[in-house]
Write a protein that binds this ligand. Structure first.
Ligand SMILES: Nc1ncnc2c1ncn2[C@@H]1O[C@H](COP(=O)(O)OP(=O)(O)OP(=O)(O)O)[C@@H](O)[C@H]1O
Ligand SMILES: [Mg+2]
Length: 438
């Protein structure tokens, strides 16, 4: 079912600016949609229509199949939460706490329910320390977090976020995208606008490119970013991973579909045609020596011998130096590490408090784990409670699998239903895994 749909949407501002002309847009329930487009292309104007902030000059907006009108606008505003591009347009209460409490209060919750809802959201966004501050005195990135938190507190079915990560530092972007993924996993539809092609490529299920008030192109990211000419014509930048792939492909090293992630890219590299590998000499090696290759501490190391994956050194190399090995025989991927998935109860299942910490300690002590990742709020909170440090918090599934392919044993703590997503991906790539449910 479509969560948001527009049909032939047109909008002209009072000064005559024709901001949207004939936009057909659709976001299905549970989908993650990214809208890209140069400055002034109409992203913000389009988003204002999704919860009826402005009325189309012509055309129609449908929310969960219902045509938006003055009769259902109040109900639709409860279902569609909009986070403004400029946080100052959103924050108005004297404290962060009151600002976030505004939505739940409007929904008619009693004061205890409001308090617990606000506390949950403050924790989810890691902004408890800001609760008593005046939003006007926050930094730009902090304001943005508070603005998003305020909309999340209203528990809308659809979250529409106009450039949610602009002005945020790397940790802020990591957290924000992590929270959006978590909400999406809980069933929410998420629509964002962004100027970040890398983010749109790796995150979205569906991408729209706007240009001069029209939909220039829409579709699955792989389809959109495969078309180099189209991206240039739309005034956008190719994702770095796609640029790299094109250079590799032109040199006969990569093949197949355009990659959208580092993991995809690794798969595009055709190792079969590359009979020569670069490795680190594990001991002094002379040209012509037979060597065996294995992954140690995440790097390919060549030692002397004829076991497992073998090859022949091309030139002399001292221990620790880079060498080249030719005539490689055998599959280096058999050295991939194991993945241990620990499912932590999601926020709606009681969060990390519902987890038995001794059991987690026991699982961690019995399983080798050299790299650790946490996905979702309750998993991150659990890591903090255990005093563990995450090796990866952003793009955890991909980072975990890349580490496993480099030979590391990886543990991923995942909140609620996110654990199923990890297992699905790990199975897809045929990595060894084990799962524990707390
Ligand atoms: N209040 C307004 N009155 C008149 N014209 C406006 C108004 N707001 C926006 N516009 C115009 O409408 C067009 C679309 O603007 P909009 O803000 O939707 O673009 P955008 O894609 O969100 O851009 P950005 O990437 O800079 O946020 C622009 O030409 C802009 O100048
Ligand atoms: Mg805008």
């Amino acid at each position: 079912m479509s969560a948001i749909k527009t049909i032939g949407l047109e909008y002209s501002y009072a000064d005559g600016t024709n901001a949207l002309s004939g936009i057909n847009f659709e976001a299905n329930e549970g989908e993650k949609v990214a809208v890209l487009g140069p400055n002034g292309s109409g992203k913000t104007t389009l988003f204002y229509h999704f919860n009826g902030l402005i009325k189309p000059t012509c055309g129609e907006v449908q929310v969960f199949g219902e045509s938006l009108s003055k009769y259902n606008i109040d109900n639709i505003r409860k279902r569609v939460g909009l986070v403004f591009q400029e946080s100052d347009n959103q924050l108005f209460a004297p404290t962060v706490f009151e600002d976030i409490a505004f939505g739940p209060k409007n929904l008619g919750l009693d004061s205890n329910e409001i308090k617990s809802k606000v506390s949950e959201v403050l924790c989810r966004f890691d902004i408890e320390a800001l609760a008593r501050k005046n939003p006007a005195n926050l930094s730009g990135g902090q304001k943005k977090r508070v603005a998003i938190a305020g909309v999340v507190a209203m528990e809308p079915d659809v979250l529409v976020l106009d450039e949610p990560t602009s002005g945020m530092d790397a940790a802020g972007i990591t957290d924000t995208i992590g929270i959006l993924d978590e909400l999406n996993n809980e069933g929410k539809t998420i629509i964002i606008s962004t100027h970040d092609s890398d983010l749109a490529a790796s995150w979205a299920d569906r991408v729209y490119i706007l240009n001069k008030g029209k939909v220039f192109k829409s579709g699955a990211p792989r389809h959109i970013f495969a078309d180099e000419k189209l991206i240039a014509e739309a005034g956008l930048r190719q994702p770095v991973i796609v640029q790299t792939y094109r250079e590799f492909r032109a040199r006969g090293i990569s093949k197949g579909e355009v990659p959208l992630s580092v993991l995809d890219f690794m798969e595009s590299v055709d190792v079969k045609v590359m009979n020569i590998r670069c490795a680190i000499a594990g001991c002094d090696i002379s040209a012509g020596d037979e060597v065996c290759l294995e992954i140690k501490n995440g790097m390919l190391v060549a030692g002397k011998g004829s076991n497992g994956v073998t090859g022949r050194a091309v030139f002399d190399g001292k221990k620790g130096e880079d060498i080249a090995v030719r005539d490689v025989a055998g599959d280096i991927l058999q050295h991939a590490g194991n993945i241990t998935v620990i499912r932590v109860p999601g926020i709606i299942e009681g969060g990390s408090r519902a987890a038995d910490l001794d059991r987690v300690r026991d699982i961690l002590s019995k399983n080798k784990h050299q790299k650790t990742g946490a996905m979702g709020t309750s998993a991150k909170v659990l890591m903090n409670r255990l005093g563990l440090v995450c090796d990866f918090e952003f793009d955890v599934i991909q980072s975990g699998m890349l580490a496993a392919f480099r030979g590391f044993d990886v543990t991923i703590l995942a909140s609620g239903g996110m654990a199923d997503r990890v297992i699905e991906k790990v199975k897809e790539k045929k990595l060894n895994y084990e799962c524990f449910v707390l």
